[in-house]
Design a protein around this ligand. Structure first.
Ligand code: FAD
Ligand code: EPU
Length: 338
C-alpha cells in the first residue's frame, strides 16, 4: 500500500486538470484494501475511487482520500473447447487485457481496443465501441463494501447493464469497490464487423480478417478520430448519445433527413450527439483554454491550463445550443467531481 499526502491529480485525469487531493492511496491486494476499510480515519473521510481518470472532470481540489487499485493479475479460472473464463484484477489497464487476449487468440474484446482506463472501471461504465459492449463478456463482478467490508460478487444479470450504465453507477451502490472481474471469451473466431467504420475497412477482403487485424483496424480508426490525452487533454465522448422516443426521432428525421439514427427497439432511437453538436456549428469552437475538438464534436478539449469549471462552462454552452436547435437534451457521460 502506498499513502501520499497532498498530491497533484494532474497525472491522474486525462483532461489534465490541475487539482489536488488531500490523500492518494494505492493498494495492490484485497488484504490491503480490507485493512484500509477497517481504519477509523478512512471510515470518516470523504473518498473517491479512481481508475485512470479518463472519465472524470475535477471541478475543485478533492478534500478527502483518492483511492486507486493496483491489483493487476490475470488468471485462467476455467476453460473448455470453446471458451475461457478469466479473472482480472480491477487495476489492470484495460488495453493491456485486450492485447493479452488477442495474443492468446481469445475472441471478444478486440473491438474495445485502445479504450483508456482500468478493468474495474470498464465494468462500471459498461464501455462500448464499434458495435460491442463489455457487458457481453462479463460473467461476474467481485466487490468489497467500503463501509462494512462485506465481500460480494454480482452475476452479470444483477449488474443492470445497459448503454454506458450499470448498477454500480447508482448512488445507493456507490460504496462498492470493484476488486476483480470475471470475463468469458471465445476460442472460436466470432468477429463483430458490422459497425460502419469496420465494415468499410474490411469490405474488399475475400476472407475473414484475423483477430490481430481487427485490433489493428480499431486502433487505426480510433487514432484518426480521437485525440491522444497525452497530447490534448480530454475524456473521450463528453456526452452520451441521446436515446429518444421513436416519435421524436421521426419528427427530427423529417426536418433533418441526413441525421444519423439508430433504432434501439422498444420504440427508442439513439441519435448521434457528435452530429447534433457539429450541426450547431460548434466543431472547433473554443472558449479560452476549453474547446470542441476539430475532428470529433463530441470530444471536449483542454487546450492547456483549463480548469474543470472552464470545461463545464463550455459543456453547458454545447448543451444549450443542441437543446435550442433540436430540442434534445445532452447528458454528460463524464463524471463531475466537486
Ligand atoms: P475513471 O475515469 O478513473 O473512473 C470512472 C468511474 O469509475 C468513476 O465513477 C470512479 O469512481 C469509478 N471507479 C473506478 N475504479 C473503481 C473501482 N475499482 N471500484 C469502484 N469504482 C471505481 N469509453 C467508452 O465506453 N468507449 C470508448 O470508445 C471510449 N473512448 C475513450 C477515448 C478517450 C481518448 C478517452 C480519454 C476516454 C474514452 N472513453 C471511452 C471513456 C473512458 O475511457 C471509460 O469510461 C473508462 O472505462 C474509464 O476508466 P478509468 O479507469 O479511467 O475510470
Ligand atoms: N459525427 C459528425 N460530426 C462529428 C462527430 C460525429 O457528423 O463531429 C457523426 C459521424 O459521421 C457518424 C456519427 O456522428 O455518423 C457517429 O460518430 P462516431 O462513429 O464517431 O461515434 P460516436 O457516436 O460519436 C460513439 C461512442 C464512442 C465510441 C464510438 C465508436 C458514445 C457517447 N460515444 O461515438 O465512445 O468510441 O461510438 O463506437 O457512445 C466514449 O464513450 O468516450 C467514446 C469515445
Amino acid at each position: 500500500m502506498k499513502i501520499e499526502k497532498e498530491v497533484s491529480l494532474t497525472p491522474y485525469n486525462t483532461f489534465g486538470i490541475d487539482a489536488q487531493a488531500d490523500w492518494l492511496i494505492s493498494y495492490d491486494s484485497i488484504e490491503d484494501l480490507k485493512t484500509l476499510v477497517r481504519d477509523e480515519y478512512f471510515q470518516q473521510c470523504r473518498y473517491l475511487h479512481i481508475g485512470e481518470g479518463s472519465n472524470l472532470l475535477f471541478l475543485a481540489n478533492f478534500h478527502g482520500i483518492v483511492l486507486r487499485s493496483e491489483i493487476k493479475h490475470v488468471s485462467l479460472v476455467s476453460q473448455d473447447e470453446t471458451s475461457v473464463l478469466l479473472s482480472v484484477g480491477a487495476g489492470m489497464i484495460w488495453d493491456d487485457l485486450v492485447a493479452y487476449c488477442v495474443e492468446h487468440s481469445w475472441y471478444g474484446l478486440e473491438n474495445l481496443s485502445l479504450i483508456p482506463g482500468q478493468v474495474g472501471s470498464a465494468a462500471i461504465q459498461n464501455i462500448g465501441a464499434y458495435g460491442v459492449e463489455v457487458e457481453q463478456f462479463i460473467r461476474r463482478v467481485h466487490t468489497l463494501h467500503r463501509r462494512t467490508g462485506e465481500v460480494r460478487h454480482w452475476e452479470r444479470e444483477e449488474c443492470d447493464y445497459s448503454y454506458r450504465h450499470s448498477i454500480f453507477k447508482q448512488p445507493e451502490q456507490a460504496d462498492w469497490i470493484i476488486t476483480h472481474v470475471e470475463l468469458e471469451l471465445s476460442k472460436q473466431p466470432i468477429l463483430h464487423l458490422d459497425y460502419a467504420d469496420l465494415a468499410q475497412r474490411f469490405a474488399s477482403e475475400d476472407c475473414a480478417p484475423s483477430l490481430e487485424a481487427v485490433r489493428e483496424a480499431v486502433i487505426t480508426i480510433r487514432r484518426s478520430k480521437l485525440p491522444d490525452p497525452k497530447e490534448l487533454g480530454n475524456a473521450g465522448s463528453f456526452f452520451m448519445n441521446p436515446v429518444v422516443p421513436a416519435s421524436v426521432a421521426e419528427a427530427l428525421a423529417q426536418q433533418y433527413e441526413r441525421m444519423p439514427q439508430y433504432p434501439q427497439g422498444e420504440g427508442r432511437v439513439k441519435l448521434s450527439a457528435g452530429w447534433l453538436i457539429d450541426q450547431c456549428g460548434l466543431k472547433g469552437y473554443t472558449e479560452g483554454p476549453a474547446g470542441v475538438y476539430t475532428h470529433q464534436a463530441l470530444v471536449l478539449i483542454n487546450h492547456g491550463g483549463a480548469t474543470g469549471t472552464d470545461i463545464a462552462r463550455l459543456a453547458e454552452r454545447v448543451q444549450q445550443a443542441v437543446q435550442e436547435k433540436f430540442g434534445v437534451e445532452l447528458r454528460p457521460e463524464v463524471r463531475y467531481i466537486s
